[in-house]
Design a protein around this ligand. Structure first.
Ligand code: NAP
Length: 245
């Protein structure tokens, strides 16, 4: 019996362990209220180094346009394609996400990728989520179109297609490349929704460069995140000394 079938068999209002959330405190019980209803959970997958207003606008737009019941930000623990780059420690990226979503009842953050040992593979995350949620909860994996374009090369990508629907986010003026479209067309098993997000004109790399150059990032991310970056001296040139690339 699959994990999903097992979850489907669970009584409707079974309370979950109160101590430590399995996914995240706000959405751990999603799907239990009404087993006859289909719920939609957005999964914001990314490195979030740092999280910025583009990510927040993206999650909000996806929530609105796709009728999501909630969106959970899941920062990658060890991003597999970034091993040759310097990436801020996972615990700090996680904390910045927590600060960014604070106060929005439709958003939450999960540490499942940060807590998991080893490299971060999306298929492992989606399997973990699928095993947790009952079958009436759909998973919508939201990330940048560039990343989605390379999904065919990800570990167990055929499984990913069965575990989640994909939302590929583009920046204005950066249409999906023909290469990406071709790669996705080749794989008709993927269900992909494209979403152009105005706020995604902002990028994490731009924020890092601005901080390194001593320039302002005010209004480009939440004030609480800016204070965290300042107090932990993240992205400063002195922080990056000795960096290979
Ligand atoms: P990335 O290469 O840093 O990001 C690609 C583009 O997408 C960037 O322009 C980025 O903008 C944007 N982006 C990232 N997350 C986004 C989000 N949630 N919504 C909208 N735009 C987003 O990609 P990444 O952040 O490392 O990885 C993205 C996701 O794919 C992560 O969950 C990662 O674990 C997963 N992934 C899995 C595998 C695998 O399983 N083998 C391989 C690669 C990636 P910003 O830089 O401004 O965020």
């Amino acid at each position: 019996m699959s994990a999903r079938e097992g979850q489907d068999a669970r009584p409707a209002k079974e309370p979950r362990a109160a101590a430590r959330p399995a996914v995240c405190a706000r959405f751990d019980d999603l799907g239990l209220d009404d087993p006859a209803r289909t719920y939609r959970l957005g999964i914001m997958g990314g490195t979030f180094d740092p999280v910025h207003i583009g990510h927040l606008a993206c999650a909000e737009q996806a929530r609105d346009e796709l009728g999501l019941d909630g969106v959970v930000f899941i920062p990658a623990g060890v991003p597999v394609y970034k091993k040759d780059q310097r990436v801020t420690p996972a615990a700090q990226r996680l904390e910045m996400c927590r600060l960014a979503v604070a106060g929005n009842p439709a958003f939450d953050v999960s540490s499942i990728e940060v807590d998991r040992a080893g490299d971060t593979y999306t298929v492992d995350t989606l399997r973990q989520l699928r095993a947790h949620y009952p079958g009436n909860v759909e998973l919508w994996f939201i990330t940048g179109a560039d990343a989605v374009g390379s999904i065919v090369k990800w570990r167990d990508s055929a499984q990913i297609a069965h575990l989640a629907k994909l939302v590929a986010v583009t920046r204005p003026g950066w249409p999906i490349s023909e290469e990406t479209r071709h790669a996705l067309r080749e794989r008709s098993d993927f269900q992909v929704t494209f979403l152009e997000v105005t706020g995604m004109a902002v990028s994490s790399s731009d924020l890092r460069a601005r901080v390194a150059a001593g320039r302002t990032i005010r209004y480009l991310t939440k004030g609480s995140v800016i204070r965290y970056i300042e107090s932990h001296r993240l992205y400063r040139n002195d922080e990056r000394e000795g960096e290979g690339a």
